[in-house]
Structures are given as C-alpha cells and as structure tokens.
Design a protein around this ligand. Structure first.
Ligand SMILES: Cc1cc2nc3c(=O)[nH]c(=O)nc-3n(C[C@H](O)[C@H](O)[C@H](O)COP(=O)(O)O)c2cc1C
Length: 327
C-alpha cells in the first residue's frame, strides 16, 4: 500500500500519519519529538476559546510553538459560536490549521457545554462551524466521537453538517462519550463516514503498531491515521507506519536510540518549562520510553522518588545503558 500525500484545503501534508491532540500530553516538547519522526501534522492540546479571549497566561503558553513542528494544528474548545469565531481570528497566524474539539468526554468540559456535549446539539454544531468558517479562512478540521451514547449515535449527521458548513476535514474517534476510552474503537464507523462525506476523514483510535495503521487505512478507506496513546514513549511508531506505507523495511529502535530520544525530549521540556515541572511531567514519559526493557518496573519506582532533575537524568542514563530489551 502506497499512501500519497494529503491536501487539506491549501495545506499539503507530507505524511498521512498525524499526532492526536491530547490534553496534558501533546505540548510543545512532545510535538517536536513526534514531528521529528515524520508526523505529517501535529495538534496542540485543546485550548479554551474563552481563555484565548481573556488572554489567560496558561492559554497563551499552550500556544507556544517552534518552527520545526510546522505544520501545526491548533485545537480550540468552547460552546459559544461567537467566542469560538473570535478565538479563531486570534490564532489565525499562530498555526497552519484550526481544529474544533467536539469529542472531549471530560466532565468539566461537558458541563461547560463544549467537547462531546456539542454532539447532543447538531443545531449548535452548525452555528459553530458556520461562524468559525466565516471568521477564519485557513484549513478547518472538526474532531468528533460517534455520538453521545449508544442511543444517540449521530456522527453521520454531524459529519454532513460539518461538510455543508465548510469544514475541510473530519476526524472520527469512533467511541461514544459514554464509552470514554473503554472497549474498542469501532473502526467500521470511520468507513461509513468516509462513504458519506467527500472531505478527507482521519481515523483515530487504538493504533499501537504499524500493521494496525495499515489495517485502518485498508478497512476504512480513511485519508489519514491519528496516533494517540500508541505513541507514548514510542515516537518510532510514526516512522514505522511511514516505512510500512512506503513498502520499506520497518526498523526497530535499540536501547541507545531510546536513551537519545528520551534525553532529547527531557531537554526540550526543560528548555520550555524549567527543572521542577520537567521532573514532575517527564516521569511518566521516561517510564513509557522504558516499557518492555528489563528492570523497567524498578526504574519506575526509583524515578518516583527522584525529585531533582540531575538525579533523574543520572538515573535514566544508568538505566538505559545497563538494561537490555526484555526477551
Ligand atoms: C490523555 C488524553 C488526552 C486527550 N486530549 C484530547 C484533546 O485535548 N482533544 C481531543 O480532541 N482529543 C483528545 N484525546 C483523544 C485523542 O485525541 C484520541 O482521539 C483518542 O485517545 C483515541 O486514540 P488512541 O487510541 O490512539 O489514543 C485525548 C486522549 C488522551 C488519552
């Protein structure tokens, strides 16, 4: 299977492998790493449209970017068409593409009427996309789930509305809001959406190997695959999917390579956030890089007790130079 590059309005993607927007994960250091392994597009964490307009410091920090990660997709969440439209104008020059979150199942977001709560209100979806479309002329994508719950699966209706209102592509994570992250993603729904709309469709959910990515392409006809949790501590997955799609040998990283990337990730993190936050945030990433290696659980325990960056680096170097791939 040879996948061609993908065009989203004026934006040409060099690869159909995309980094998923993930709150608490897809910050600038993480995106730089994933981009360096060949992601065609990377998305920010979701950014509050209300926060944008109030110019919150935290919101602004979510929008910090680096030239090497472009094209960058910025994801906004909110429930008010006018506020989303205004926020879209404010970020117009900050990224190469804008996405609207209509899938987040987190209670705090839903209570504000945003994320997957929007799926219960197709009329509001219509007004939001229409208003943002008029306010923002760049590539516009919408990310949805299959519906609110089993009784109200409506991704095809939402998909048709999105296309009619001028969205340039759609991402479907084929679980309902009530499923949250449980069970399996129903990939066949991605295929149904692809047959229903004529704009590009990105598939999201449960890709952890290059073979699964290829399977999603062939079973659903989707135009791009999105990598979320499968990329934790494993940016090589993106490179491997690209290799498989190009019929090239799929290469496995060795321990030295894993250490190189883990330390680079840590360095990017420290540059942006400083020592304290790096120690706290990078623990989970370092454990993910160590997964599958001998002694990983002991490394994990020791990391939790380490609260100084120098020691975290020392421990990481020692672990990766002494360990071997688990049989
Ligand atoms: C920790 C975490 C945070 C997420 N945050 C967002 C988000 O901010 N915006 C969004 O549209 N989806 C978000 N998602 C959903 C992912 O983008 C993706 O659709 C979902 O995880 C399924 O893909 P996966 O199985 O490859 O992880 C998040 C998922 C996780 C696990």
């Amino acid at each position: 299977m040879q996948k061609k590059s993908l065009q989203i309005k004026s934006l040409k993607l060099t690869s159909p492998v995309i980094l998923a927007p993930m709150a608490g994960i897809s910050n600038l250091p993480y995106r730089r790493i994933m981009k360096s392994f060949g992601a065609g597009l990377v998305y920010t964490e979701m950014v509050s449209a209300n926060g944008m307009i109030r110019e919150g410091k935290k919101t602004r920090q979510l929008l910090e970017s680096h030239a090497s990660e472009f094209p960058l997709g910025i994801q906004l969440f909110g429930d008010d068409p006018e506020v989303l439209g205004e926020a879209a104008q404010l970020i117009a020059d900050a990224g190469a593409l804008l996405d609207i979150n209509m899938g987040c199942p987190v209670k705090k977001v839903i209570r504000s009427g945003a994320g997957s709560a929007l799926l219960r209100s197709p009329e509001r979806v219509k007004r939001i996309i229409g208003t943002v479309r008029r306010a923002y002329s760049g590539p516009l994508t919408i990310k949805i789930r299959s519906g609110w719950d089993e009784e109200s699966i409506n991704f095809l209706t939402i998909g048709r509305i999105a296309e009619a209102e001028g969205a340039d592509a759609l991402t479907l994570h084929p679980r309902t809001r009530s499923q949250a992250f449980t069970g399996q993603a129903h990939w066949e729904l991605i295929g149904e959406l692809k047959k229903t709309v004529s704009i590009p469709v990105f598939g999201s959910g449960d890709i952890t190997t290059p073979e699964e990515a290829r399977k999603m392409f062939s079973e659903t006809g989707c135009d791009a695959v999105m990598i979320g949790r499968g990329g934790y501590g494993n940016p090589w997955l993106i490179e491997q999917i690209n290799q498989l799609l190009a019929n090239q040998p799929v290469l496995q990283p060795g321990v030295t390579e894993k250490l190189r990337v883990a330390l680079l990730h840590l360095q990017y993190h420290q540059d942006l956030f400083g020592d304290r936050k790096t120690v706290l945030d990078m623990r989970k990433h370092l454990c993910w890089y160590a997964r599958g290696l001998q002694g990983a659980s002991q490394f994990r325990k020791e990391l939790q007790q380490c609260d100084c960056l120098t020691n975290v680096i020392r421990l990481t170097e020692a672990f990766f130079t002494q360990t071997e791939e688990a049989a």
